[in-house]
Write a protein that binds this ligand. Structure first.
Ligand code: FES
Length: 178
């Protein structure tokens, strides 16, 4: 039954105080539930390391990354935006060089911001938008990209690889954080 159904003929069509309080309580409870759920989501899908104003998100166990090929890993980014905590999925390209060295590339092409992919048959990253081509080191092989693929800061803790999600200005030779 809707609130309007509760209103009898001749009564004012304002929402009764009792219902208004129910609605406000419901909204408030939902907000509290969401706030409590975010740490749970983080613990289920990927924990974070917090340094001063920076949040490193867990990518995967370091040992789980294959050494012979770039892998695309999806993770959850946590961003503190004033009073609201945003959690959203992102992905990066990881190239593991050895047991102690891995490069993590932003999936965003430094030319104009499209998403590139790894072409295993050619052993190259290729951007479909304007055909920029990069090798597994992230260096430009051909195309209009003005700089190599952008690497992201990483940390290794308890044998897990963490990444700091950053965005960079497209279309310029220098890597600059937005
Ligand atoms: S956006 Fe990738 S080549 Fe232009």
């Amino acid at each position: 039954m809707s609130l309007i159904d509760d209103i009898k003929p001749g009564e004012s069509k304002t929402i009764p105080r009792r219902h208004f309080l129910k609605i406000i309580t419901g909204i408030f409870s939902g907000f509290i539930t969401l706030t409590l759920a975010i740490p749970l989501i983080e613990s289920l899908f990927g924990s974070v390391i917090k340094t001063k104003n920076k949040i490193f998100s867990k990518l995967t166990a370091y040992n789980a990354i294959p050494e012979d090929k770039p892998v695309n890993l999806t993770f959850l980014i946590t961003e503190d935006d004033a009073f609201i905590k945003n959690v959203q999925p992102e992905n990066v390209w990881v190239v593991k060089k050895s047991d102690s060295e891995a490069k993590v590339f932003s999936p965003v092409c430094p030319h104009l911001g499209c998403r590139y992919t790894w072409h295993a048959d050619q052993k190259l990253f290729i951007c479909p938008c304007h055909n920029s081509v990069f090798n597994a080191e992230g260096q430009v092989v051909s195309g209009p990209a003005p700089r190599p693929l952008d690497t992201l800061p990483t940390k290794v803790k308890d044998d897990n690889l963490y990444v700091l999600w950053e965005r960079f200005k497209p279309g310029i030779p220098k890597k600059e954080i937005i």
